[in-house]
Every structure is written in structure tokens, then in C-alpha cells.
Design a protein around this ligand. Structure first.
Ligand code: NDP
Length: 446
């Protein structure tokens, strides 16, 4: 395989999909050597079958807003690969959603799910519908219209969606409810469900907590821990808030949070009271971070800016969205002494930023390893649903931390260089790829 040729071919066949090309390029460049050691992979054209999704479902979603106006959006589900288990991956509702973004996310999800060691294939779905400013009833009608189109393609052993940007417990509840109505079956067809109908304890916390556990494992390789460290976090949604909560519990100082409007900076670290207010504001009141200084004037708000160049930190945990940390941000972080980056979001660092982190040989964990705790706990939710049992929070949290430890170990196994530096990107990509590749080879040409 020649990475450049495969990529050029994908770009020709699927033009105008920059995020998808970016994700494929990153994986191909790290697995090229291993791939070429297996001539049978090439004979079966494994690489093309792995890069191109198994199936893409796209459809129109029509719904009626509160004023009686009929609205339309696009809906998609990218079922990328089910070699090692049913398709599994979140649903994103955001105005920016398009096929390039969902194809990149579904591709990444395939390797991430493989890394968790659980039996889950990769998928991703969503819509260009923006939940911001919509009433509860509008959200419900949209979710129902979305599932009215998609339900035939889903199922506990077929394809199991979860949340992502713009899709939390409320949206999953509405989608699960409508799916149940259409199928007349109560099965573990979604994860991230409410606790009263099959959800798992710790699932809401899992991506953020899991990222902190991964970070702990990385720091331990250098004899370090989180206590007293200054941690810059971006985002203030599900992943970011639970990351901040765990960092504070572990004695770290959260020096920033952000939303799509701007960043809040706390040079001395957020106090518990300040964090509790931000959590409440963003999680339950659906507020905006620019409101925070009204309550806490000592906190700085920087309109339209990301945190990376605004505050000194030891550790950065980008947890908002893709390509939110670029080469210039990476230079600023490195100049300010940042020695670890652990990604809560999917592909938040641009290729230029990733190269700078790796060239500087700092601890750098890509999202597909560091944020895999979310989908891993979704896998645990599926297991509990199959058993019709609920595990305690302690049990789920313990399993989550073991899974993150194992993912870290797999990254070290495949990513450790001769000079001792661990390239977590290479490690995660190779570890994730090998399992899927072996399963695809065993199952023949499909
Ligand atoms: P949420 O919708 O809960 O939160 C997203 C946060 O990111 C919000 O603060 C939002 O700001 C901000 N944001 C969204 N888009 C942009 C943008 N274009 N520029 C700046 N800020 C932006 O989503 P999640 O926390 O669930 O997801 C965050 C990231 O983590 C995504 O990359 C997702 O794919 C990834 N992830 C999520 C998992 C999960 O379990 N939820 C699992 C693994 C990965 P605002 O409030 O203004 O909209």
C-alpha cells in the first residue's frame, strides 16, 4: 500500500470531504508499515474496504415548529464497519453537520471501538438540525421525525446509536421512545438512556472521567500525577464538564472552559462554587458562558476566543469539537510549558498541531484513545441491557478505569519508539486496526 495513492484515489472519488480525508490520512500514515508486513491484506484490498463505509443512509427530516411552520433538515447514518460487532456510534445535531464530518467520525469510531476490546463496530449519524433555541416540543417532534426515517436500520444487534454534540439524555430519550413505538420492542437499541429505562450509571460522566483516567496513566509513565497541575479545558458540554469535575476531584486546577461564543479564564483555577454554577448553567439552564462574569466578576470572559493562547497550563484537554486547536495554538501551549495534551473531543487538534506535539515529544493522546471511555461505557450499558441487570456506579466506574488502563497499555505496546518515546497516535491506530483487519480477513470479501 502506498498511503499517498490510496488517499489521492479517495480524494478523487469523494471530493469536498476535508475532515474525512484528514482522518483517513492520519490513520493510513501510521499503519502503513504494519499493513505492508501482511501481503494478504493487499490481496484482499483491505485498505479500501476499511476506508469506505459499508453503507450511508441519508434522508430528509420534515417537522413542524411551534409557530406551525413546516421545516426540513437532512438526516444521515454512516454505518462504517461491523466486522467486530454491531454498528455503534453517536448521533450529532449541529448546524455544521455534513457527510464529510460524519464519515470522519464513523471512520474514527471503528478504530476507537476496536481499542475498547468490546464487540462494537463503528458508525455515526446526525443532522444539520440545531437544537439551540428550540423548545422541548420542537426537539421532541424533530427526534421523532428523525427516527421515523431511520428506525429500520437500527436495533440492539444491528446498529446502536448514542449521544454526541447536541444530543444528550433528553434527545436519546425521545429517539428511544419513538424507536420502541415503531418496533414494539423494548431492547437495548440506544445507549445514554435515562436510568429508569435501561441507562447505565456513570454513562454521562464516562467520556470525561475516562479521559482523566487515560491522562493519569500517561502521567504515571513520567512519575507524575494530576494534583496541582493547571489544566486548560475547552467546551462546556457533556465531555468538558465531567472532565473538569474529575480533574478538580483529583486535585488539578481547571484554568479554562469555553463554548462556541468564547472562553472563561480562571488563572488560579475554578473554585468549586464557580464550577458548580457553570455546570448548572450549561447542563440544566441551557445558558451561555458570557453570563458567568455577571455572577463571578473575577472570572475573565474572552468573546470569540479559544483558551489555548489565553492562559498558561501544564495540561490541555480539548473537549469541544474537531479542529479547534491549530498549529499556532500548539506553539503557544508548548511555549507556555504545556507537557501533556489529552483529547476529549474527536480530532480537535489539526494535523499541524499534532505534528508539533509529537515533534516536541510531549505526552499527546489522540481522541480515539483518550475519549474511548464514553463508547466503552455504552458497551457496558449494552451488556447490562442484555442481562437485564443494573450494575452499581462503583462497578461501572471500576470497569471504565480498567478499560482506560488497557487502552493505554495497547497504545504503549504498539507506539513505543526505540528512544522510549510513546507515539500514542501510532499506538492507537495500529492497535485499533489490527483487530478489525483480522476479523475482516476471516470473514471473506464482503
Ligand atoms: P455537547 O453538545 O454536550 O458539548 C459541545 C461543547 O462544545 C459545547 O460547549 C459547545 O458550545 C462546544 N462547541 C460545539 N461546537 C463548537 C464549535 N464549532 N466551536 C466551539 N465550540 C463548539 O457535546 P459533547 O460534550 O458530547 O461532545 C464534545 C466532543 O466530544 C465532540 O467532539 C464529540 O464528538 C466528542 N465525544 C463525545 C462523546 C460523548 O460521550 N458525548 C464520546 C466521545 C467523544 P455551545 O454550548 O456554544 O454549543
Amino acid at each position: 500500500m502506498k498511503t499517498t495513492e490510496v488517499l489521492a484515489d479517495l480524494k478523487r472519488r469523494f471530493p469536498n470531504e476535508p475532515e474525512y480525508h484528514q482522518a483517513v490520512e492520519e490513520v493510513l500514515s501510521s499503519i502503513e508499515e504494519v499493513y505492508n508486513e501482511h501481503p494478504e491484506f493487499e490481496r484482499y484490498n483491505l485498505i479500501e474496504r476499511l476506508c469506505v463505509p459499508d453503507r450511508i443512509i441519508s434522508f430528509r427530516v420534515s417537522w413542524v415548529d411551534d409557530s406551525g411552520k413546516v421545516r426540513t433538515n437532512m438526516g444521515y447514518r454512516v454505518q462504517h464497519n461491523n466486522a467486530i460487532g454491531p454498528y455503534k456510534g453517536g448521533i450529532r445535531f449541529h448546524a455544521s453537520v455534513n457527510l464529510s464530518i460524519l464519515k470522519f467520525l464513523a471512520f474514527e469510531q471503528t478504530f476507537k471501538n476496536s481499542l475498547t476490546t468490546l464487540a462494537m463496530g463503528g458508525a455515526k449519524g446526525g443532522s444539520d438540525f440545531s437544537p439551540r433555541g428550540k423548545s422541548d416540543m420542537e426537539i421532541m417532534r424533530f427526534c421523532q421525525a428523525f427516527i421515523a426515517e431511520l428506525w429500520r436500520n437500527l436495533g440492539a444487534d444491528t446498529d446502536v446509536p448514542a449521544g454526541d454534540i447536541g444530543v444528550g439524555g433528553r434527545e436519546v430519550g425521545y429517539m428511544f421512545g419513538y424507536f420502541k413505538k415503531m418496533t414494539r420492542e423494548f431492547t437495548g437499541s440506544f445507549t445514554g438512556k435515562g436510568l429508569s429505562f435501561g441507562g447505565s450509571l456513570i454513562r454521562p460522566e464516562a467520556t470525561g472521567y475516562g479521559n482523566c483516567y487515560f491522562l493519569q496513566n500517561m502521567l504515571a509513565t513520567k512519575g507524575l500525577d494530576i494534583k496541582g497541575k493547571r489544566v486548560a479545558i475547552s467546551g462546556s458540554g457533556n465531555v468538558a464538564t465531567y472532565t473538569a469535575k474529575k480533574i478538580m476531584e483529583l486535585g488539578g486546577k481547571v484554568v479554562s472552559m469555553s463554548d462556541s461564543g468564547g472562553s472563561i479564564i480562571a488563572p488560579d483555577g475554578l473554585t468549586q462554587e464557580q464550577f458548580d454554577y457553570i455546570f448548572e448553567l450549561k447542563t440544566y439552564m441551557r445558558g451561555r458562558l458570557y453570563e458567568v462574569p455577571d455572577r463571578f466578576p473575577e472570572l475573565e470572559y474572552h468573546e470569540g476566543e479559544r483558551p489555548w493562547q489565553l492562559v498558561k497550563c501544564d495540561i490541555a484537554m480539548p473537549s469541544a469539537t474537531q479542529n479547534e486547536l491549530d498549529g499556532v495554538d500548539a506553539d503557544a501551549l508548548l511555549a507556555n510549558g504545556c507537557f501533556a495534551v489529552s483529547e476529549g473531543a474527536n480530532m480537535p487538534s489539526t494535523p499541524s498541531a499534532v505534528h508539533k506535539f509529537i515533534d516536541a515529544k510531549i505526552l499527546y493522546a489522540p481522541g480515539k484513545a483518550a475519549n474511548a471511555g464514553g463508547v466503552a461505557t455504552s458497551g457496558l450499558e449494552m451488556a447490562q441491557n442484555s442481562e437485564r441487570l443494573n450494575w452499581s456506579a462503583e462497578e461501572v466506574d471500576h470497569r471504565l478505569s480498567e478499560i482506560m488502563k488497557n487502552i493505554h497499555a495497547a497504545c504503549v505496546k504498539y507506539g513505543k519508539q526505540d528512544d522510549g518515546y510513546v507515539n500514542y497516535v501510532r499506538g492507537a491506530n495500529i492497535a485499533g486496526f489490527m483487530k478489525v483487519a483480522e476479523a475482516m480477513m476471516a470473514q471473506g470479501i464482503l
